[in-house]
Design a protein around this ligand. Structure first.
Ligand code: PLP
Length: 456
C-alpha cells in the first residue's frame, strides 16, 4: 500500500513536469511551408551578377542548368513558400520531424548550470541535413520534366543525399567526386552507388574540361572547383540534365528551414526561449535552416536570442574574409555572388571537416552577419575533435567533423555560463553523424592529427 502511494506521487509529479530530455513531433507536424528570411531582412539580398557584363544575372542565363521552379524560389522574396505534399511525404523517409534532445550528460560533465539542447539532423538515412534540400530539388526537376541531375561532391555528404533523392523520384544522378575523396572515402562512393548514382572520380574523361585537366596533370588529386565545372558542363550540354547544388544558394537555405521551424515548435512545447543558437557553417545551409526562422522572429522583436555561426580556422570566411562579389566556384565559371569570401582561388588546408572547406558563404547568411543578426567564431580542428570525443562519450553519438564545430561553440558558451553562474539555454544543430568520417577520429586518437593552423 505504502509503495503504491509513493508510486502515485511520483507519477503525478512527473505529469506536472514537462519532460525536456527528448522533444518529439508527429508526422503531421512536418512544416507545410518553407520560411524565406529575405522577406524580413531590413536590406535586400544582393542579386547574383553575370560574370562578363557585371549586370544582375538574367533568369535565362541560369535556365541552362536549373529548372524554372527552382529559379523562381531562388529569386523569391515571399515570406512563405508551400511545401508540396509529395515532398512532405518524402520527408518522412528521411526521419522528419527530427527530435530536439537535451545533452544532460554533457551538461553534467561540464558542471555547467546551462541547459544544452541539440537538433538531431544526424538521423537522416545518409547522416546529414543535406537531404532536406536534395528531396525538393529532385522533386522540382522531375516535375519540370528533367530526368537526370549532375553534381559535385567532396566529402560525399551532398552526393549521397542527392543520390538518395533521385532514387526516390526515379531519376538518374551523375556525381563528380573529387579524386582524392574518391580514393580515400570508398564507403561514401558505395552509398551513392547503392542508390543507383553514377560516380566518377574528378577530373574525369566524361567532360572536355575533365579531359583537359587530366592531360595537363594526370595525377591531380582534383578539387571541388574542377568537379563543379565538370558537373555544370554535363548539365549545359544535355537538355534532359540539370545541375544541383547542396548549399550556398537561396533556395537551399529556404528548403533547410524545416529544421528551424520544427525547433521553434519544440521550444514552445517546453516553454523555453534559447539564449543562444549555434551551428557550423560551410556554405551556410544547416545554420540558415536552423536559425533563420528564429532570426525572423528576432527581427520582429519577438526574441532576444543570439545566433552563433562556427567556422573552421582553416576557412574563416565570415571572421576573416571580405564581404564582396566573388565566384561561387574556383574555376570562375559561375555568376558572381555577394558574400563573405576568402577569394575563389583560396586553397583551404585538408581538414577533416570536408563540408566546411569552402572559400565563400551563402549570400543570405553573409547579409544576416553583415547586419549583425549573426556572430561568427572560428576554431582549430584539434579543439573541435576534442569536443566531438567528449560529446560522443556523453551522449553516445559520434558527430560529423563539421558538427564538432557547433558542439565546441556550445561547450564554450556553457563554460562561460559556468563562470558567471547563469542558467543559459544553448541550442545547437547536430548537422550530421560521423560514422563515415572515422579517419579523422582515428588520427585524433592515435595522435597524428595536425592543427589546421600548422597546415595552412
Ligand atoms: C555539408 C555539411 C556541412 C556544411 O554545409 P552547410 O551548407 O554549411 O550546412 C555541415 N555539416 C554536415 C554534416 C555536412 O554534411
Amino acid at each position: 500500500m505504502n509503495n503504491m502511494f509513493i508510486y502515485m506521487l511520483t507519477f503525478l509529479g512527473n505529469m506536472s513536469k514537462v519532460n525536456d530530455l527528448r522533444v518529439t513531433l508527429g508526422i503531421d507536424d512536418i512544416p507545410k511551408k518553407w520560411y524565406n528570411l529575405a522577406a524580413d531582412l531590413p536590406a535586400p539580398v544582393p542579386p547574383p551578377l553575370n560574370p562578363i557584363t557585371k549586370e544582375p544575372a538574367k533568369p535565362e542565363d541560369l535556365l541552362a542548368i536549373f529548372p524554372p521552379s527552382i529559379l523562381k524560389q531562388e529569386m523569391s522574396t515571399d515570406r512563405y513558400i508551400d511545401i508540396p505534399d509529395e515532398v512532405r511525404e518524402k520527408y518522412i523517409l528521411i526521419n522528419r520531424p527530427s527530435p530536439l534532445q537535451r545533452a544532460k550528460r554533457l551538461e553534467e560533465m561540464l558542471k555547467t548550470p546551462a541547459k544544452i539542447y541539440f537538433k538531431r539532423e544526424d538521423l537522416s538515412p545518409v547522416g546529414s541535413h543535406k537531404t532536406n534540400s536534395a528531396i525538393p530539388q529532385a522533386y522540382y526537376n522531375m516535375k519540370d520534366g528533367f530526368t537526370n541531375l549532375t553534381t559535385e561532391t567532396g566529402a560525399g555528404q551532398w552526393g549521397s543525399a542527392l543520390c538518395l533523392a533521385t532514387s526516390i523520384f526515379d531519376m538518374d544522378c551523375t556525381v563528380f567526386m573529387v579524386r582524392i575523396s574518391f580514393d580515400q572515402k570508398p564507403y561514401r562512393r558505395t552509398v551513392m552507388q547503392t542508390y543507383g548514382g553514377k560516380v566518377h572520380a574528378s577530373p574525369s574523361p566524361m567532360t572536355e574540361y575533365g579531359k583537359k585537366m587530366l592531360k595537363e596533370n594526370p595525377d591531380t588529386p582534383g578539387s571541388l572547383g574542377i568537379a563543379i565545372s565538370e558537373a555544370i558542363e554535363m548539365a549545359v550540354k544535355d537538355p534532359n540534365t540539370n545541375y544541383s547544388l547542396g548549399s550556398v544558394l537561396n533556395h537551399v537555405m529556404l528548403h533547410q528551414t524545416v529544421i528551424g521551424q520544427e525547433v521553434m515548435m519544440q521550444l514552445d512545447m517546453i516553454d523555453t526561449e534559447p539564449d543562444y543558437m549555434v551551428g557550423c557553417v560551410g556554405g551556410g545551409s544547416n545554420f540558415a535552416g536552423f536559425a533563420f526562422p528564429m532570426i525572423g522572429e528576432r527581427i520582429k522583436g519577438k526574441n532576444d536570442t543570439k545566433f552563433i555561426a562556427v567556422e573552421p580556422s582553416a576557412t574563416p570566411s565570415i571572421t576573416k574574409g571580405k564581404y564582396e562579389y566573388d565566384f561561387g566556384d574556383s574555376a570562375g565559371m559561375t555568376p558572381l555572388l555577394k558574400m563573405h569570401t576568402l577569394g575563389h582561388d583560396f586553397m583551404p588546408s585538408p581538414i577533416h571537416a570536408g563540408g566546411l572547406r569552402y572559400h565563400g558563404m551563402s549570400p543570405m547568411v553573409s547579409l544576416a552577419a553583415e547586419l549583425d543578426f549573426v556572430q561568427a567564431v572560428s576554431y582549430d580542428q584539434m579543439e573541435t575533435f576534442k569536443a566531438g570525443m567528449m560529446f560522443a562519450r556523453a551522449e553516445g553519438i559520434i558527430p560529423a567533423p563539421e558538427s564538432t564545430h557547433a558542439i565546441l561553440g556550445a561547450i564554450d558558451l556553457a563554460l562561460k555560463a559556468k563562470e558567471t553562474n547563469e542558467e543559459k539555454v544553448i541550442v545547437f544543430n547536430l548537422s550530421g553523424h560521423g560514422l563515415l568520417d572515422l579517419v579523422g577520429y582515428e588520427k585524433y586518437i592515435n595522435g597524428t592529427m595536425e592543427s589546421s593552423v600548422k597546415q595552412a
